[in-house]
Design a binder for this molecule. Structure first.
Ligand SMILES: *Cc1c(COP(=O)(O)O)cnc(C)c1O
Length: 451
């Protein structure tokens, strides 16, 4: 009997050595990010006060389609890359679909998600440019874990502000950050002026990404040798994540197929961009007509129901104004378990691509995401992150459409992380105590009205 190959891996020497910068090849470039005070386009110099100079340059690079991955970063990538491309025979069988389903398994990274792909270069650039410290915010903690480890690798002190309610309710990711030597502070805290102001006004504030960003930004701006770092939304983060799709393209060649549809879950867009952009370049060049689908939560539907406008990236209004699909920077998403998808905006590149119909978006309810995740767990043996369950639900939907038609559609999705630290969410789903959160048009209108 012929052996059906299930898992496709690259030799170390075949791992891509450059990232793909879609900004250089987009026919319609995104409108510029604006300085909120002057309303002028932000410059590399302004950005580099906060983030590393290299990251700032990449953020505003609209000319170079390919950017070399620094050798010390490649050297770290080689510990866990390539990640496996897997043909999901088990899921196909469970669905009874003629579709060919593939997933790119980013949960195989040491910290269990794709976030390390950008944490490593960001920490490396900071160190190279002479920084001694790095700081960031984290919600559920995936980004904080990635940056804590990357900081340890490159010899930086890392301070993470974690949303207080997550710090208390989800202690294990905090333990992971501390295991890597990071200093983790629940936000709001008394260690910054921003935190003190919030606590004076609201002594029982449970924290939000907005409070944590404000504290991390303040620490970076007031501490010599300290840089700030972001885990999603920004173009340089998406750039670093293209290693996912560049590998997947080579691995699909090994499988002898090319995807008809590429799917990623969508929080701030980094894993979606990472798997999609390398394939999208062939659409831009007119060589392919692949579909790209971003799967967002029904309770935080910026792509499917948000407004395209200039908005801040954070709750407090510290970031540049970004032209993007948004639900408003004051939008308070429901407390769904897919914490990484609870973000109000979509980033400038993906927003422009969606506007130009180079990609599509779908929304997924919390219950259908967990249902999809459990089917995947039972048929493939990996418990997916609650975020990744959204991509799985969208992939299953595509695969089901093939049942009546017999179409052997080739579906590729990104498994952005595993869910082994999110088992309390699965417990709740299995015991029937999870619900859905919908949001009315009126509520969305109210939030975006004054943007
Ligand atoms: C952070 C995170 C996400 C969402 O972030 P994106 O930038 O949209 O990719 C999705 N999945 C996992 C596992 C995450 O940790």
């Amino acid at each position: 009997m012929a052996i059906k190959q299930k898992r496709f891996m690259l030799a170390e020497s075949d791992i891509p050595t450059r990232w793909y910068n879609i900004q250089a090849e987009m026919l319609n470039k995104p409108a510029p990010m604006l300085n909120p005070k002057t309303k002028e386009p932000v410059t590399v110099e302004e950005l580099s006060k906060l983030i590393s100079l290299q990251a700032a340059r990449q953020e505003l690079n609209f000319t170079d389609a390919w950017i070399d991955i620094p050798e010390p970063v490649l050297d770290m990538y080689r510990y866990y890359r390539s990640t496996p491309l897997v043909r999901a025979y088990g899921l196909e069988k469970a669905l009874g679909t003629p579709a060919h389903i593939y997933f790119k398994n980013e949960s195989a990274s040491p910290i269990g998600s794709h976030k390390l792909n950008s944490a490593l270069p960001q920490a490396y650039y900071c160190k190279e440019e002479g920084a001694t410290n790095i700081t960031t915010e984290t919600g559920a903690g995936q980004w904080g874990c990635a940056l804590s480890y990357a900081s340890k690798v490159f010899g930086l002190e890392c301070a993470v502000y974690q949303v207080k309610i997550s710090y208390e309710q989800k202690p294990y990711r905090r333990s992971v950050m501390q295991a890597f030597g990071a200093q983790v502070t629940p936000s709001p805290s008394m260690s910054t002026r921003a935190g003190k102001d919030i606590l004076t006004k609201y002594p029982n504030h449970q924290g939000s990404l907005g409070t944590a960003i404000s504290e991390a930004v303040e620490l970076a701006l007031t501490t010599p040798g300290c840089k700030y770092s972001l885990g999603s939304v920004m173009s340089h983060v998406s750039l670093h994540q293209t290693i996912i799709g560049l590998e997947a393209e080579l691995q699909m060649q090994m499988a002898g197929e090319y995807p008809d549809v590429v799917i990623g879950c969508f929080g701030g867009g980094s894993n979606f961009s990472g798997i999609a952009f390398p394939f999208m370049r062939h659409n831009i060049a007119g060589e392919r007509a692949t579909r790209f689908v971003a799967a967002e939560p029904e309770s935080c539907p910026k792509l499917t129901r948000g407004k395209f406008c200039y908005d801040f990236g954070d709750e407090s209004g510290y970031t540049p104004l970004m032209p993007m699909y948004s639900l408003g920077h004051n939008f308070k998403p429901a407390n769904i378990h897919a914490g990484g998808l609870r973000y109000h905006g979509a980033g400038v590149v993906v927003s422009q691509l969606l506007k130009d119909k180079l990609m599509e978006a779908v929304d997924v309810s919390q219950l259908s995401s967990f249902e999809a995740g459990l089917l995947f767990a039972k048929s493939e043996g990996i418990v997916p992150a609650p975020e990744s369950c959204h991509a799985i639900a969208a992939a299953i939907e595509e695969a089901k459409q093939c049942i009546p038609t017999g179409e052997e559609k080739v579906i590729l999705f990104c498994l952005s992380g595993h869910g082994l630290m999110d088992m309390s969410a699965y417990d709740q789903f299995i015991s029937g105590s999870l619900g859905n959160y919908t949001i009315s048009d009126a509520d969305i209108m109210k939030n975006v009205a004054n943007l």
